[in-house]
Structure formats: C-alpha cells, structure tokens
Ligand binder design. Structure first.
Ligand code: ATP
Length: 226
C-alpha cells in the first residue's frame, strides 16, 4: 500500500461465535453499498462486554475463514487474536491509525452494538480515530432510544451522505442501509444445543461452518443463551 493511498479501511469487529449470515451479509452489503474492494472482519480475543466466548479463538477464526470463502471481498483480520487480552476496539483503531495516518477508518457496528457504545473503553476516542457506520438490526429500536451522551454525539457527527467518510479520516456517523437479517449467534447456539435440524441452520450460516461445528463438536452443550 502506498503512503498516498486514501482508500478507507473498514472493520466489522465481533465475537463471531459462530460467524453467521447476519455478519456476512451485512458486511457484504456495506462493502458493496459504499463501493469498497474489501472489508475486514476482526474477531475479538476476549470481548470486554460479555462473558467469554463459547468457542476458542482458533475455532472462531477457522469458522470465519471457511465462511469467507463464499464472500470474496471480505477478509479475516486476526490482529486482536494476535494481540491477546481484552479486545478493546480503541486499541485496534489506534494500531491502524498509527500504521495509516491518512486513511479513513470505518468502524461498522450493528444498532445493538452502537447503542452500547458509551460502555466501551475510551469510547469518545473511537470518533477521533474512525468514522462509525451503523447498520440496522432487526429487533433493535431506532435511534430515538439512544442514551443521551450518544445522542449528543449523533447530533454533532451524523451525516446523511457518505462523502465525508471518504474525504476525512474520522469523526462522522453514517447509517448504511442493509438487507435486514434476523439472525444472531445466540439463537444459533441454542439451536445447535437442541440438535435442531440442519435445514433451519443452513439458512443461518454457511454449510462449511456447520460441517466444521459438527466435526469439532462445538456448541452441543446447553448455553447461557436461550
Ligand atoms: P451474540 O448473539 O452471541 O451476541 P451476535 O450475533 O450479536 O452474537 P456479534 O459477533 O456479537 O454477533 O456481532 C458483531 C457485530 O455484528 C455487532 O456490531 C453486531 O451488532 C453486528 N451484528 C451481528 N448480527 C447482526 C445482524 N443480524 N444484523 C445486524 N448487525 C448484526
């Protein structure tokens, strides 16, 4: 990458426990909708806001890599797994900003994650490091219900057009339309623990990921997630 490259670097962080079509299609919709050649999916080693993942980092990364075979343009980025420890997004963005001082960084979040932003470590700095691209998530109420501090940031930073996401390195909030995907890893883990039929599951995540789950006996124990 040349130093004059100003192509945005777009990231979707997550636990991906397991990765599913909700993640994959939203990432692909954002990538296509905003005209990027690639978009990075970044699995968290130890997500700060929840209990530990049900599957190991190695399994979650392996499933992600299998899933991405169906989605050219989406890339697995294992920097948080390499770094280890709590996967604070602000540290990931700082690392990228250091490596790419001029390039726009885009942090993609579902509406549920966005509403929780004020609980993230050094959350206001996220906006100085990156633009935030919010996508709707079925079942999550719209922005009228934003916590007050976040509503203030929304007022100051929201842009109706995507142009500032390309023209400046960080600082704006943009909503990208995506096809709604009523899918969650919680529901998938519950279905797998109940040993439900593969036909329902194959609508929710790639066949190759299901085969991997079967082969490694993942998610068969009841989860805390029902
Ligand atoms: P879990 O059910 O275990 O909480 P999840 O399905 O929410 O998992 P995560 O890995 O926690 O998946 O999500 C990573 C990111 O993807 C978050 O920003 C989340 O909002 C977003 N996301 C996940 N699934 C969807 C979906 N179906 N629609 C929109 N956004 C989604």
């Amino acid at each position: 990458m040349s130093t004059s490259d100003r192509t945005p670097i777009a990231l979707l962080g997550g636990t991906f426990d397991p990765v599913h079509y909700g993640h994959l299609r939203l990432a692909d919709d954002v990538r296509r909708g905003l005209g990027l050649a690639e978009l990075r999916l970044v699995p968290a080693a130890d997500p700060p806001h929840r209990g530990g993942p049900h599957s190991s980092a190695a399994h979650r990364l392996a499933m992600l890599r299998i899933a991405l075979e169906e989605f050219p343009g989406l890339i697995a980025d294992d920097r948080e797994l390499q770094r280890g420890g709590k996967s604070f997004t602000v540290l990931t963005l700082e690392e990228l900003r250091h490596a790419f001082p001029e390039r726009p960084l885009w942090l993609i979040v579902g509406a549920d994650a966005f509403r929780g932003l004020p609980t993230w470590h050094r959350w206001r700095e996220l906006f100085t490091l990156a633009h935030v691209v919010v996508v709707a998530r079925p079942g999550v109420p719209p922005k009228v219900a934003l916590p007050p501090l976040l509503a203030d940031e929304w007022q100051r930073r929201h842009t109706l057009t995507s142009a500032p996401l390309f023209a400046t390195p960080a600082g704006r909030i943009f909503e990208q339309r995506v096809t709604p995907q009523p899918i969650s890893a919680t529901d998938i883990r519950a279905l797998l623990a109940q040993q439900r039929d593969g036909e329902t599951l194959s609508q929710l995540l790639p066949q190759g990921v299901l085969a991997y789950i079967e082969q490694h006996h993942l998610y068969h124990a009841p989860t805390d997630a029902t």
